[in-house]
Write a protein that binds this ligand. Structure first.
Ligand code: ASP
Ligand code: MG
Length: 413
């Protein structure tokens, strides 16, 4: 049994769906195919959630129409029985007619999860029509989580049992990445870009022989080609290096993905869906760690600095209060640094979370912040690599450890 994961970019149009079917036909006859929402659908659904929560009915309707047009155009270029898609859109339209029920994050999951349902409904219908025997699986019935909406934590025991029961040998299963369900049947999501994690969950439960993530890049590169002209393909990576790169924000793999695979020694391939025959990257148990430097850029960062209102120092009692606030607001810390009288933290500028966090922090601290920043991480750095990324940047903060340097910069170029 193999597990394949296709991200949004790989299925952004009809040609992508045909290409997926071709790859599955040639190498995935006994496989679970985990698919993300098509193209930028998740972002579009997030925007619908915001408009719905703001009770901006016109905007909700306009955005649903454009999402429909996008999906129906793709279907018009393919053949298959797409009636399930009509039902999913009908469900969305009925849902947004109702008054907003529940907290924002819960409502978010009920709406945003539909992107993966739509994509897999289209893909399963098309793949079947090409003559492959494929079964559509509802991941919500299989992946059991707690009620942490937007970041569901997996109940491995239930999930393991259900996946083993649902997945048979020698056939193709098509299922959604990113989504799960609570004990009382409310849909959850696993965090943005969480489809890789879903693939790892299936692989873990099924003792898969491998996982392949099909991407629009040739494999794991030492930098994102969006930012760097000269990139190097990393042919082999240890699980440890892959975890570190993902943790620091290399978007090529979701950080939670590696651990379950490492625990069972399941190799993870990252390959190009444009060149399925090329070797790509394989992540596994290797002796040697990386030798060439890797560069990870995170944009849209905010640097928040906290100063105690009273004359206290930044010591244990303050720190535990600060971390409590971050946890309460659901904001992850990308980097932190403290001096005797101030504490600085860099986080993603998430408009749904950061303003509430700042309000919480202001209860106890004088807060200053600086947005529009970039966080650059270099693994296996030297002075030359640092100098390479600094032209046209103002350096606000720097942190070095043995293998890693992190630079918080403002673009001034
Ligand atoms: N569609 C979800 C997202 O864009 C999950 C994923 O693509 O992995 O965040
Ligand atoms: Mg996606």
């Amino acid at each position: 049994m193999k597990v394949f994961k296709f991200g949004g970019a790989s299925v952004k149009d009809a040609a992508g769906v045909r290409n997926l079917a071709e790859i599955v036909r040639s190498q995935g006859q006994n496989a679970v195919i985990v698919v993300s929402a098509m193209g930028k659908t998740t972002n579009a659904l997030e925007s619908i959630v915001r408009a719905y929560a703001d009770r901006n009915t016109d905007s909700v309707h306009r955005q649903i129409e454009s999402l429909k047009a996008y999906h129906y155009t793709i279907m018009s270029e393919l053949t298959g029985d797409f009636s399930a898609v009509d039902q999913t859109f009908a469900h969305l339209e009925t849902y947004v007619e109702q008054p907003v029920g529940g907290l924002y994050d819960e409502v978010y999951d009920q709406i945003v999860s539909l992107g993966e349902l739509l994509s897999t409904q289209i893909i399963a219908a098309y793949v079947k029509q090409t003559g492959l025997s494929a079964q559509w699986l509802d991941a919500r019935q299989l992946i059991r989580t707690d009620t942490t909406f937007r970041e569901g934590r997996v109940n491995w025991e239930v999930t393991n049992r259900r996946i083993k029961e649902a997945v048979g040998k020698n056939r193709i299963h098509i299922t959604q990445g990113f989504i799960g369900q609570t004990d009382d049947n409310r849909t959850t999501t696993l965090g943005r870009e969480g489809s890789d994690y879903t693939a790892a969950i299936f692989a873990y439960c099924l003792q898969a022989e491998s996982v392949t993530i099909w991407k629009d890049v040739p494999g794991v590169l030492n930098a994102d080609p969006k930012w760097f002209d000269e990139t190097v393909l990393l042919e082999k990576l240890t699980y440890q290096d892959a975890i570190e790169l993902a943790y620091y924000g290399a978007t090529v793999i979701h950080p939670k993905t590696i651990k379950p695979l490492q625990n069972k020694g399941i190799p993870l391939y990252v390959k190009s869906f444009l060149k399925p025959g090329a070797p790509g990257t394989v992540i596994g148990n290797y002796e040697r760690h990386l030798t060439i430097p890797s560069f990870i850029f995170k944009v849209n960062q905010v640097l928040i600095s906290l100063h105690p209102n009273d004359f206290s120092f930044i010591a244990e009692d303050n720190l535990s209060r600060i971390f409590g606030r971050f946890a309460q607001a659901g904001v992850k810390i990308n980097l932190m640094q403290n001096t005797a009288i101030s504490f600085s933290v860099v986080v993603d500028n998430n408009p749904d979370r950061v303003p509430a966090l700042l309000d919480l922090l202001k209860q106890d601290f004088r807060v200053s912040y600086n947005d529009g920043l970039e966080l650059i991480t270099i693994r296996y750095y030297d002075q030359g690599t640092i100098e390479r990324v600094l032209p046209n940047k103002k350096l606000l903060l720097e942190q070095k450890s043995r293998y890693t340097v992190q630079l918080v910069v403002k673009d001034v170029g």
